[in-house]
Design a binder for this molecule. Structure first.
Ligand SMILES: [Zn+2]
Ligand SMILES: [Zn+2]
Length: 175
């Protein structure tokens, strides 16, 4: 009888920060028992605040040079991709394949260049750069020639390509 109550008592865990609060949750990194108030649900499971703090500090390690490089790569390759799509824009079905491929190549090159470092805004920076590069290729001839504005803007292949390239890059960089 007393053994049974003892083992139940032992099985109870209490929050490391709130000794009065019984909890069944544990931080899945350090294993400390923590209550609902002390824990946060993350994509990788429950984490205590200390572990989340460490994770945040170590998570965004990209330097400003990394952001500059991501911008340059995005603008240059975005312009190349946009140019190719304008050339083959009539075949807009190709854009369905070209967009994700371009986004994959660009995010892979960015990954090679900046390595494992991550930045909160790298994905966004890369996407804006790709859009600027692509739109530059689309808009500069329009500004220079003036006349063919409408026709170029209606290049469906270009817009499909751009939307897919951006969503692929964003998803790959965030992953
Ligand atoms: Zn923890
Ligand atoms: Zn607590």
């Amino acid at each position: 009888m007393s053994l049974a109550t003892e083992s139940t008592a032992e099985a109870k865990t209490f929050c490391v920060n709130h000794p009065q609060t019984e909890t069944y949750l544990r931080c899945n990194k350090c294993g400390k028992p923590v209550c609902m108030k002390c824990v946060q649900r993350t994509p990788v499971g429950y984490r205590c605040k200390e572990c989340l703090g460490e994770q945040r500090a170590g998570y965004y390690t990209a330097t400003s040079l990394d952001h500059v490089l991501a911008t340059l790569i995005g603008v240059i390759l975005g312009a190349v991709g946009g140019f190719v799509m304008l050339l083959i824009g009539g075949f807009w079905l190709l854009a369905i394949f070209a967009g994700p491929i371009a986004g994959g190549i660009i995010s892979e090159i960015i990954r090679r260049v900046i390595g494992k470092r991550r930045g909160r805004y790298i994905a966004l920076v890369a996407c804006v750069a790709i859009a600027l590069g692509g739109l530059g290729v689309l808009l500069v001839p329009i500004v220079l020639s003036r006349g063919r504005l409408f026709g170029s803007l209606l290049n469906i292949g270009f817009w499909i390509y751009l939307a897919l390239a951006l969503s692929t890059t964003y998803a790959r960089r965030r992953a």
